[in-house]
Write a protein that binds this ligand. Structure first.
Ligand code: NDP
Length: 520
């Protein structure tokens, strides 16, 4: 049987459906259609009509609509958070935090789109000083957003708010584990704006694959590295551009002069909140040997107080995806088989639906617990000689998403040497809550950016205009070009660049003044 057959039900009228389940209990939360290739294509066609309208609005009008939507979401935050809790299991308070941060991103994207994307002048340079040069960033049209289940509101909003603010229509395919949340977002958008500029298609992986083939103008994918490769391969068929936000193996570095209590607190929260199912969650900690023992004591003392439970007051919820539990178990097993020790938790911590916090030490660097994404409340702690040693290990995986540095005087110097898209210094995952900062990774963590000005530009294409303001002193792009003009051009280029040194500031300034003076 295919995956589709196992998970879906044939409903009356030949429409297949599937259920989203509460991961803590297995109860059905909602039943949703499996949208077919034809359904997805119809949604994209509809989105294209909406894109024509939405893209023709002024930035002010789009901002007004998006701020209205933001208001609706904010007023219903408890309802949305409750659905997050039921569909993917995280504690209600964590769901409120997630949704509140998502709202912050909608507000920022809406308010900053014009400033970032509108036409602006750029210097035309000394050689082209008769030209006025300008560039603006235009919407692509229809963006397909494919989202994961672990932050089922915050993560897709990071793509769709920025794509919408940039003037695109969006077709969103939520994870099969959180389809109700996708529908909730599309429904409230329609209520706030009155037109389905944001649509949702639900289903399993095949529906996402259909979206890649449906002729959208860009796909924003967030999910595992393995699926990201499949998405890229499908998009390559139609030269559809992609932004890939994939997995991570984020590390915390703790230097000898760090605040150890704060570092232990942050490492534990980064590792275990959301049951460790966080792309920028902490999976490894590297600690200076002079403070290793004290840090480990502080971390383990805190970790022993934490429990994952179905209790509504529990700080850690269930594992959302049953299949991931086996991955977590295998990483712990591999670490133990190869000389590692569990100082908190261990194999017994892995249950049917819940995994208890686990702290592993003495784990070899080439074990899966260090090299592969675990995606559970498991963290390795490793003693390092110095910060050079720490950086070599931190930078030694294929991933490069987020990272954290706890240090005193060398904090920024260390942070700047981490190979990752984002680094929090003396805090944890703080960068994700700052809308002006770009979010994304390098290596197996993907490419392209959501959030910030880069995140707005990600969903646009630049349009450059060079407008002639007066006849060029040297007429070069004509068959009537004279020999004298050619000689003068050669002399000018030699004068500007022949010495192989920086062009004198006075000459550059002159070019900028001449090229940049006139309007758009
Ligand atoms: P998956 O890769 O399993 O799925 C991601 C999305 O892709 C889902 O909507 C899924 O649908 C869909 N999908 C599955 N197969 C295909 C296909 N062939 N073509 C198109 N779409 C497809 O990831 P998870 O949902 O399990 O999310 C967890 C992963 O996401 C982790 O690796 C985590 O690190 C990463 N992540 C990265 C973030 C980042 O910003 N870098 C943020 C959050 C998570 P369905 O669920 O229906 O199968």
């Amino acid at each position: 049987m295919t995956q589709l057959d196992e998970r879906t039900t044939q409903a009356p009228g030949d429409r297949r459906t599937f259920d989203s389940l509460d991961p803590a209990t297995g109860d059905v939360v909602g039943t949703h259609p499996v949208h077919t290739e034809a359904d997805v294509r119809a949604a994209v066609a509809r989105a294209r009509e909406e894109a024509a309208w939405w893209g023709s609005l002024s930035y002010d009008d789009r901002e007004r609509h998006l701020q209205t939507w933001k208001g609706v979401i904010t007023r219903r935050l408890p309802q949305l958070a409750d659905l997050v809790h039921r569909e993917m299991g995280k504690p209600h308070a964590d769901a409120v935090l997630e949704c509140g941060l998502a709202v912050e991103h909608i507000a920022w994207a809406a308010a900053h789109a014009e400033k970032v994307l509108r036409r602006r002048r750029v210097p035309s340079g000394l050689l082209m000083s008769n030209q006025a040069a300008s560039v603006e960033y235009r919407p692509l049209g229809v963006v397909g957003v494919i989202g994961p289940w672990n932050y089922p509101v915050f993560t897709p909003i990071g793509s769709l708010a920025y794509a919408l603010a940039a003037g695109n229509a969006v077709v969103f395919k939520p994870s099969e584990f959180t389809p109700g949340l996708g529908e909730w977002l599309a429904r409230t958008f329609l209520e706030a704006v009155g037109r389905p500029v944001l649509q949702v298609v639900t289903g399993l992986g095949e529906t996402g694959a259909a979206l890649c083939r449906a002729g959208v103008d860009k796909v924003a994918f967030t999910g595992s590295t393995a699926t990201g490769k499949r998405v890229m391969a499908a998009c390559a068929e139609t030269l559809t551009p992609v932004v890939i936000e994939a997995g991570g193996k984020d590390a915390v570095i703790v230097d000898e002069d760090a605040d150890l209590g704060a570092a232990a607190d942050a490492a534990l929260w980064g590792a275990c909140s959301n049951a460790g199912q966080t792309c920028i969650g902490v999976e490894r900690v590297y600690v200076h040997e002079r403070v290793y023992d004290e840090f480990l004591d502080q971390l383990t003392a805190r970790a022993r107080l934490l429990r994952a439970d179905a209790d509504p007051d529990a700080l850690i919820g269930p594992m959302t995806m049953p299949g991931q539990i086996e991955v977590v178990r295998s990483h712990i097993q591999d670490a133990l088989d190869r000389g590692g020790r569990a100082v908190v938790g261990g194999l017994d911590a892995v249950g049917d639906r819940f995994v208890q916090p686990t702290v592993l030490v003495d784990v070899p660097e080439d074990s899966t617990a260090i090299q592969e994404e675990t995606f559970g409340p498991v963290v390795t702690v490793t003693r390092v000689r110095d910060m050079e040693d720490a950086l070599a290990r931190v930078n030694g995986t294929r991933y490069g998403l987020g990272s954290t540095v706890f240090a005193g005087k060398r904090a920024m110097e260390i942070a700047r040497r981490v190979r990752a898209g984002m680094t929090a210094v003396n805090g944890v995952i703080s960068f994700a809550g700052i809308p002006a900062l770009p979010f994304g990774g390098v290596g197996d963590s993907g490419f392209g950016r959501i959030h910030g000005a880069d995140g707005l530009r990600e969903f646009t294409y630049p349009h450059a205009i060079a407008r002639q303001r007066f006849k060029p002193p040297l007429a070069l792009t004509t068959f009537a070009r004279t020999e004298k003009a050619e000689q003068q051009f050669a002399q000018l280029v030699t004068m500007l660049h022949g010495r192989g040194t920086t062009i004198p500031r006075a000459v550059r300034e002159k070019g900028r003044r001449l090229g940049g003076r006139s309007g758009r």
